[in-house]
Write a protein that binds this ligand. Sequence first.
Ligand code: AMP
Ligand code: ZN
Length: 110
Amino acid sequence: MDCLFCKIVAGEIPSRKVYEDDVVLAFYDIEPKAPVHVLIIPKQHLAGVRDVTPSNSDVVAHVFEVIPTIARELGVTDYRIVTNNGVDAGQTVHHLHFHLLAGRVLGEMG
Ligand code: AMP
Ligand code: ZN
């Protein structure tokens, strides 16, 4: 499948990894919008929140289970988790991902 983040999962495109287990991969965003900007993705290809169903929501639960561990490893206590679903919401990579933003006072959501 022609998916950038599937290629990162497969190791075909390099990334600066922060965390990895069987289900989840986390790596630094290539264009950081905050001093700490990490993307947390399920290894399984889901196009976005729109693809979450009762049969795969355990993957999403696992993402949120590991976020506190990832934040600890990054040395941040306060952070924002953002996911864009669909082009109008700003989604540019159509593989479900959660932005972890931290390291500065974050402004209001727009
Ligand atoms: P979104 O706009 O919510 O779909 O987020 C996609 C994010 O992926 C953006 O913040 C990009 O900077 C980031 N991105 C694009 N290509 C790469 C890459 N090769 N490695 C790491 N992050 C990337
Ligand atoms: Zn993918």
